[in-house]
Design a protein around this ligand. Structure first.
Ligand code: IMP
Length: 199
């Protein structure tokens, strides 16, 4: 199995992706942008998750060993009553150096302005994978749910404390990583990529 590079500095994404490699593929070695001292993240100025994933993939691929695969993922949360926002702006919804807490806070406030608005939401993950022989592969995944009235739980990251996955009565931050991996947008997209690698 090949080495796979992940075009991200996000520790949470790295941890989640590492936990998703199935037992029969444990000879896959995962590396990330953190293992490259000479890489800085490009400006994500695309207009869609797909465009941003391509921007990250193209920026990092030339810096990784040519024999390895590289995957870039762009993800975020889309809220129905906010016409799909924060969407591609999820990481910086409350401003350029905003924390997860500030982003969650802003989302709850924006929803409060829409008193009768739908709290339906979904996480979306888009992966672009570039292979050693010039292959390229796109895969996406979603996880549907709704926005809670407040924060709960301390697991996960990002919007997990205010996101209630469909079929659950607690937030994504209150379930284990093992449970999250059964429903996660990232897991669905990553699994599609792994099955492509396997075939
Ligand atoms: P990106 O690094 O530009 O792809 O931004 C991803 C952002 O979307 C994160 O910083 C989070 O705010 C949000 N996000 C994506 N996936 C998740 C998740 O699994 N849980 C919670 N928030 C997520």
């Amino acid at each position: 199995m090949p080495n796979i590079w992940i075009a991200t500095f996000n520790n949470h994404k790295i941890k989640e992706l590492k936990s998703m490699v199935p037992k029969e593929m444990t000879d896959i070695m995962l590396f990330s942008a953190k293992d490259l001292s000479f890489y800085s993240a490009p400006q994500e100025d695309g207009t869609s998750f797909l465009e941003n994933a391509w921007i990250k993939a193209k920026a990092m691929k030339p810096l990784t060993p040519p024999t390895d695969w590289l995957i870039a993922e762009d993800s975020g949360i889309e809220v129905e009553a906010l016409d799909g926002l924060p969407g591609i702006h999820s990481a910086r919804y409350a401003g350029n150096s905003s924390s997860d807490m500030m982003n969650n806070d802003k989302l709850l406030k924006m929803l409060n302005f829409k008193s009768n608005g739908s709290r339906k939401a979904r996480y979306f993950c888009q992966i672009v994978a570039l292979g050693p022989k010039g292959q390229s592969f796109e895969a996406s995944g979603e996880c549907t749910g709704s926005i809670a009235n407040g924060f709960s739980g301390s697991g996960g990251f990002g919007y997990d404390p205010i996101f209630i996955p469909n079929g659950f009565e607690c937030s994504m931050a209150e379930i284990s990583l093992k449970e999250k991996n059964k429903i996660s947008h990232r897991k669905k997209a990553f699994t599609k990529f792994l099955s492509q690698l396997d075939s």
